[in-house]
Design a protein around this ligand. Structure first.
Ligand code: FAD
Length: 287
């Protein structure tokens, strides 16, 4: 089943993101996480790929396949292109297809410091065109940036480029994390005016410690509203209170987004089923 088909106007979609275990952790750790996430009945789970620009091992494919075939849930494999050749991407597509993965989140990926990118793909839209040209029948999603992508000269061009991505074949978008819902609403309004009419899921990252958020913000440039920074300063030395406040903040964001009629919520679970459960249980009746 394609992800686009679950956006049928009847309910708000609720989905999760997980990442493959870091190099020194066994692959089994993700299955323990998935055992618990499965109970929360997400509409689909996406699996990141070669995060921080490094090239992929096979774990994204293995995990996305297990989500589909072992857990019986819809899955999406993230796939980046800027550090790969066409032939490398072709091999990954073949593997995903043979493993029963039906959906791909097609991404440019980040450049690896001190490593020249390969020449075959420059943008996510090139990857999408390539997937289509190769004749694969994957559902295709793309990323979008409510505060603009960091490489982008201005928000207008960023939205024009997003339109190119959708015109190339992205049928569904997942947003970068954000902490101020007004930014997301303004973005969606502009995107709709630009003629982009595919479903857009809001990416929500629950903040559980100050270090984590500082790292994320330095990577993606999300702005932090004062009520958020106040919360971080008040609880930075009290991990339990920080975790509870972070969960409450995410729940408030979700309630507001769903009340505003958002197409879907994509929860960055950070492979933490405890936090995913607390959030899911708080908002389950909204979906
Ligand atoms: P693009 O859509 O190619 O956009 C990148 C820049 O190029 C933007 O400034 C855009 O305006 C411009 N642009 C786009 N298309 C064109 C065009 N046709 N012509 C001219 N300019 C253009 N990274 C990972 O390594 N692994 C992951 O699993 C991963 N998952 C992610 C999931 C989500 C939901 C998000 C939001 C990001 C994820 N990332 C991941 C990070 C992502 O790879 C980076 O943000 C990357 O820098 C941009 O990827 P993109 O696909 O959005 O790029």
């Amino acid at each position: 089943m394609k992800i686009k088909d679950i956006f049928n106007g009847e309910k708000t979609v609720f989905s999760f993101e997980v990442f493959p275990p870091k190099r020194d952790n066994s692959i089994d750790t993700i299955y323990k996480t998935l055992d618990e996430l499965q109970d929360l009945k997400p509409d689909f789970i996406s699996v990141t790929y070669g995060a921080s620009g490094s090239l992929m091992d096979n774990s994204t494919c293995e995990i996305a396949s297990a989500i589909r075939n072992k857990y019986g849930l819809l899955s999406a494999a993230h796939l980046t292109c800027v550090n790969s050749t066409e032939s490398e991407v072709r091999q990954v597509l073949q593997r995903l297809s043979e493993s029963g993965v039906e959906n791909i989140l097609a991404l440019r990926g980040d450049y690896i410091p001190d490593v020249a990118p390969k020449e075959d793909f420059k943008h996510a839209s090139d990857l999408i065109e390539f997937i289509k040209k190769e004749g694969y029948d994957f559902g295709i999603s793309g990323a979008c940036y409510p505060e603009g992508h960091l490489d982008s000269e201005n928000p207008v061009d960023d939205i024009k480029n997003l339109k190119k991505k959708v015109d190339a074949g992205a049928e569904h978008l997942i947003s970068q994390l954000f902490f101020d819902n007004r930014i997301f609403y303004d973005f969606v309004e502009k995107v709709r005016i630009a003629g982009i009419d595919v479903p857009i899921e809001a990416g929500i990252m629950p903040v559980v410690n100050k270090k984590q958020i500082e790292r994320m913000v330095s990577l993606c440039g999300a702005s932090l509203p004062s009520k958020f920074t106040r919360m971080m300063s008040k609880y930075e030395n009290n991990p339990e209170a920080m975790r509870d406040a972070g969960i409450a903040y995410a729940v408030n964001q979700i309630v507001d987004l769903v009340s505003h009629g958002v197409d879907g919520i994509h929860l960055y679970t950070m492979n933490n089923p405890y936090i995913a459960r607390r959030i899911s249980e708080s908002v389950r009746s909204l979906f």
